[in-house]
Design a protein around this ligand. Structure first.
Ligand code: PLP
Length: 397
């Protein structure tokens, strides 16, 4: 039974082997689904010793479960962290990081734009608990630094950002966070550990909506957090345990399964997205294409510096604005008009009225989200078919 992992293995190898090898209890090569809520104590002393931490072992699946632990080990290994925590959704992961780091009377900064749920949490829910969310365009490093004060505890950045696919310079943010003794968390959902490793660049926490590329098949809602220190884990884990947004063993299994093909899927997503972005950028009805792999993208050089490839997400604006965008959405046949991203299948969506509908018109403008913006999550189909589909839909405009 081999449980060997070499941290120097390449990412394509780590995604296959990172869960730590065969199951110690049975030798099962794939991590079994431990579908149980509770674990029997051998005797009363055993139960007491587990609760007081004198013995290691499982008590109750909200507090720990072997399938979930396998997933937490694997994502920790892929993100080069110290401790991983798995959640029932990306938003459970986002909120656990914020609640673990910030208390009443304190504030945290998020970059603009940021996923609609993260925006709503910061603008509408957490103020009720006297936690302030300052939204700042963190590409403007001076503005980021100016927004920090003595009560700032956390900077949370999404790069590439949903849905503008703009980037933030992680290494520059690390310098600012260090200067002010503030925790830096990176939402790595769009890049995945295959394309970007923020902890290696000095960030403190990485988080994911694992619903997306990590699962990869559009069949799971889940979230992940990886901490660079045990101390940070100890701040976030009580929120996982006692607010209780944990992942189920079955969904943890699905993520472990999805991770095995992360490298091959991401290579295909990246290749297809570049082809689609190039096609759109020469189309007479398209006004703008936002894809960091295009040399015209304002963050192309930064993407080359901090990512291994440019990802599978492409946003574009049609010359006919919002109504032209709607025509495309109504006429695609292969692409599915749906929220979410990172699935094997190509998905197309109008962010201003769906994923980012919680933004006011002013906030949309401030975030650089044109009303006509259409977001494509380019799948792993044959790219000729994706392009043919867009082409026939664009003819209807
Ligand atoms: N972060 C990003 C970048 C997202 O795109 C999303 C969802 O789309 C989330 C977080 C929230 O994740 P979930 O929907 O899994 O709760």
């Amino acid at each position: 039974m081999s449980n060997y992992i070499d941290p120097n293995w390449k990412m394509s190898t780590l995604v296959c082997h990172g869960a730590g090898g065969s199951d110690p209890a049975t030798g099962a090569h794939c991590k079994p689904i431990y579908q149980t809520s509770t674990f029997a104590f051998r005797d009363a002393d055993h139960g007491e010793n587990l609760f007081t931490g004198k013995e290691k072992g499982f008590i109750y699946s909200r507090l720990g479960n072997p399938t979930i632990e396998g997933l937490e080990h694997e994502i920790t290994c892929l993100e080069s962290g110290v401790a991983g925590l798995a959640f029932g959704s990306g938003m459970a992961a986002v909120s656990a990081v914020i609640l673990g780091i910030c208390g009443a009377g304190e504030n945290y900064i998020t970059t603009v734009p940021i996923y609609g749920g993260t925006h709503t949490l910061g603008q509408s829910i957490l103020p009720r608990f006297n936690i302030e969310n300052r939204e700042v365009n963190c590409s403007d490093l001076a503005a980021l630094e100016a927004a920090i004060d003595e009560n700032t505890r956390l900077i949370m950045i999404e790069t590439p950002a949903n849905p503008t696919i703009r980037l933030v310079d992680i290494e520059e943010c690390v310098k600012i966070a260090r200067r002010h003794n503030v925790v830096l968390a990176i939402d790595n959902t769009f890049a995945t550990p295959y394309l970007q490793n923020p902890l290696k660049m000095g960030a403190d926490i990485v988080l994911h909506s694992a619903t997306k590329y990590i699962s990869g098949h559009g069949d799971t809602v889940a979230g992940l957090v990886v901490c660079s220190t045990e101390e940070l884990k100890l701040k976030i884990q009580p929120i996982q345990h006692d607010i209780g947004g944990v992942i189920s063993p079955f969904n943890a299994f699905l993520l472990l399964r999805g991770l095995k093909t992360l490298a091959v899927r991401m290579d295909r997503h990246c290749m297809n997205a570049l082809k689609v972005a190039q096609y759109l950028s020469f189309h007479p009805k398209v006004a703008e294409v936002w894809y960091p792999g295009l040399s015209t993208h304002p963050d192309h050089e930064l993407a080359k510096k901090q990512m291994r490839d440019f990802g599978g997400m492409v946003s574009f604006i049609l010359k006919g604005g919002r109504s032209a965008g709607k025509t495309v959405l109504n006429n695609v046949k292969l692409a599915v008009n749906a929220v979410s991203l990172g699935d094997t299948d190509t998905l197309i969506v109008h962010p201003a009225t769906t994923t980012h509908s919680s933004y006011s018109p002013e906030a949309l403008k401030l975030a650089g989200m044109d009303e006509g913006l259409v977001r494509l999550s380019v799948g792993i189909e044959d790219y000729h078919d994706i392009i043919d589909d867009l082409s026939q839909a664009l003819k209807q405009v």
